[in-house]
Every structure is written in C-alpha cells, then in structure tokens.
Design a binder for this molecule. Structure first.
Ligand code: 5RP
Length: 237
C-alpha cells in the first residue's frame, strides 16, 4: 500500500472507531454500508467481546454478513422501529451536513434506518467534505418504470446513467430488486428541492440525497492523527 492509500485507510479507521466508541450499553444501532463504517463494526466486535450488549439493524446484505462475521447481534425495523444511533458512511458531505450517499447501492435501506434513528453519526475521511454537493446522485428505480423515469430524470437537468454491475452483465440489482440510476449533475444549488423532485417521480424508490437529517447528524471526519467532530450546532447557515 502506498503512503496516500495508507493515510486514507488510517483516516477511515479513526472515524469508524470513534463512532463505535460513542455507542452505549443496551443501544439499538443502525449499521450502515461501506468501507468506513466497516471499521466501526470491527471496533464494535471488540467491544462486544469485552461485554458491550447491543443489537443492530443492517442496511444491506453485505453489512449483515459482515456483522455476522464480527459477532454483532442483528435485529430488524419490525422488531425495533426506533433506533438509538445509526452510523453510516457518505460519498459527499456539505457545510450544512447534507449528504450524497449510495455508491454501494444501499441508499434506500440506509435512508429508512437514518429516518428511524434518534441520532445519525456519519463517518467519512476529509476527501468527502465539500463546499457544495455535486456530481453523481444515485437514485433507486423500480425496473418496471425505468424508461419513463430516465426521461423524467433528464428533465431535472442531469445526465442519467443506468448503473452496470461488475462481475455481472447488465444493470446492478439492489438488495430490494431494483435498478440504480446515477444522475450526473454539476453543482447542486438546492439539494432539498432536488430530493423532493426525485421523490415525486412515480417509480423512484429513493434518492441518495439525505437533506432532512441534519439536526440529528454528527459527522466524524477521520484523519491520520485526530478526528474532527461536526454537529448541527456548527452548521454554517
Ligand atoms: C453505500 C453508501 C456508503 O456509505 C458510501 O458510499 C460511503 O462508502 P465508503 O465509506 O466505502 O466510502 O452510501 O450505499
């Protein structure tokens, strides 16, 4: 591993570990998806072996498998409709703690779990912090409606790309049996409005814009040396 890859790994590990250290005995957790939050799962596994009692709602098959491997007890939103603390990664975080998520195609379950949580802890490295959200916004779409939805997405001013699988021919199929469309925008001037516009398209299940959780969000920005913690009180209006 070269120096920059090692630094990135150290930053992700630091953020993940710090999130896991915020967990208290008896909590029900939301377990996000991605390489950064997996460090939190790793650290939780160690804390469980030292006596911590928790359970977690996984946001993807991958997270469920990883949690099983790490000995983390799993539960469901049916059994635990209120989550004490959800932890997850993000692809971009802006100065108002609005997020783009969904590189791992788990955005719908991630949003359901974040919505059910009293606190939402987001773990990222410094590269994810941006002044303005921009670029690819993933959108989960039911296959039945893919053609009209692609047209409606284009009408919103983006270039929509149907996401293809790796080691699978054809489109990615999410854990919910749907397609992912990556919507290529420039800078996103009004992310709240765009999130609402996505939600209003029949056939769209969810988008990767997470704008409504900022008040309960804490962002842990990992660094090789020390993590930076940003709360809603630090939001720049
Ligand atoms: C998966 C996600 C991930 O949380 C996001 O892509 C960040 O992943 P990583 O920590 O590996 O960069 O939204 O759907």
């Amino acid at each position: 591993m070269d120096d920059s890859a090692e630094a990135l790994t150290a930053a992700k590990r630091a953020a993940g570990y710090q999130a896991a250290d915020m967990v208290e005995d008896g909590m029900v957790l939301g377990l996000g998806t991605g390489s950064t939050v997996f460090y939190a799962l790793k650290r939780l596994s160690t804390r469980i072996s030292e006596g911590l009692r928790i359970s977690g709602v996984p946001t993807s098959y991958q997270t469920a498998r990883r949690a099983h491997e790490y000995g983390i007890p799993l539960t469901t939103l049916d059994a635990e409709p209120v989550i004490d603390l959800a932890m997850d990664g993000a692809d971009q975080v802006d100065v108002q703690l609005r997020l783009i998520k969904g590189r791992g195609a788990a955005l719908t379950r991630e949003k359901c779990v974040a919505a059910a949580a009293l606190r939402f802890v987001v773990v990222v490295d410094e590269q994810k912090m941006v002044p303005v959200l921009s670029g690819l916004v993933p959108v989960e779409v039911i296959p039945f409606a893919i053609r009209p939805v692609m047209t409606r997405l284009q009408d919103l001013g983006c270039i929509p790309h149907l996401r293809d699988g790796i080691k699978k021919d054809g489109p990615v199929i999410t854990d919910n049996g749907n397609f992912i469309v990556d919507c290529e925008f420039g800078e996103i001037g009004n992310p709240e409005e765009l999130e609402d516009l996505f939600a209003a398209i029949p056939g769209v299940v969810e988008s990767g814009l997470f704008c409504s959780f900022t008040r309960k969000t804490t962002v842990i920005v990992g660094n090789q040396k020390k993590c930076k913690i940003i709360n809603s009180a630090d939001i720049i209006p």
